[in-house]
Design a binder for this molecule. Structure first.
Ligand SMILES: C[S@@+](CC[C@H](N)C(=O)[O-])C[C@H]1O[C@@H](n2cnc3c(N)ncnc32)[C@H](O)[C@@H]1O
Length: 267
């Protein structure tokens, strides 16, 4: 899909911290689409350790500050969409599941956000028979962790619009899109390239933020990604006629975001 209603959104990026959201006015954002560092996943251990967070709850207390800042940035009825996966890890000799999705849901609920039905994003696996456990003898095998969560929360009551609002009708989706997007399991999205210059990025496939942006915002809205990374949310928002703000703490990633946001043709 090309620019919507002839409009390409503006992208603004800030080198800063998701927990304070510098440059983001309170109540100015219609939709947050983001994927944070995941607690208990080794890729993010150094980042959490540098913040003094070494266990599951400490890592989540760090993330809670970002969810609070997102709540304050949202306009009434605005939506927070968080992509997160659970973790499997052995600590103190005990192997177990670390339910990141449950901990984030409770935190957001305590912040006064209204939980909505979530999406299970079934990631493609190149090992369809991947199986961890004990051969074919029960009972000690366990289920493959091949879904991530897209948790959804509303900031208070539903957003309201004037009758026949043209921004809303310019943002309409089709019945086929609605039937596919609003089903709870998304199994039809291919993975994204996960490295840039040899560094792991944990980037979204563009289809993930694109769907969320079309489901939960209208043309001309502002979309925020407080953990912007390679900027997938930002480029998709602009392409779909929404303005975007991206916050990123890594100076190298932020420099690349800022360079791309200044380029005449986004993306
Ligand atoms: C899972 S990645 C996001 C990937 C992104 N969705 C994409 O498509 O590229 C998380 C990002 O958050 C950034 N980050 C970590 N701590 C941060 C903080 N306190 N404030 C802002 N960004 C942070 C990391 O540098 C990383 O780029």
């Amino acid at each position: 899909m090309g620019p919507v209603g002839g409009r390409t959104g503006r992208v603004r990026t800030v080198h800063g911290d998701a927990r304070t959201l510098p440059g983001v006015a309170p109540g100015s954002v219609a939709l947050v689409v983001t994927s944070p560092p995941y607690p208990m996943i080794p890729q993010w251990d150094d980042l959490f350790r540098a913040a003094g967070a070494t266990d599951f709850d400490g890592m989540h207390r760090w993330l809670d500050d970002a969810w609070r800042a997102c709540r304050d940035a949202l306009l009434p009825g605005g939506i927070l969409a968080i992509n997160i996966g659970d973790a499997l890890r052995t600590t103190d000799g005990v192997f177990r599941l670390w339910p990141n999705h449950g901990r984030v849901t409770l935190a957001c609920e305590r912040l006064g956000l209204r939980p909505l039905p979530y999406v299970l994003w079934k990631k493609p696996t190149n090992r369809p028979n991947a199986f961890l456990g004990s051969g074919f003898d029960p009972p000690n095998a366990y289920v493959t962790l091949d879904c991530e969560f897209i948790l959804l929360f509303a900031n208070g009551a539903r957003r309201s619009f004037p009758p026949k609002d043209p921004r809303r009708s310019a943002s309409r989706y089709t019945k086929a899109e609605r039937d596919r997007w609003f089903s709870q399991v998304w199994g039809d999205i291919r993975g994204a390239r996960q490295t840039v210059d040899g560094r792991r990025t944990a980037a979204f496939p563009p289809e993930v933020p694109a769907r969320l942006i079309r489901m939960f915002s209208v043309v001309g809205d502002t979309v925020l990604d407080p953990f912007a990374g390679t900027g997938t949310t930002l480029w998709e928002a602009a392409r779909l006629g929404r303005d975007a703000i991206g916050i990123e703490i890594d100076p190298t990633l932020h420099a690349e975001l800022a360079r791309r946001a200044r380029a005449p043709a986004l993306g």
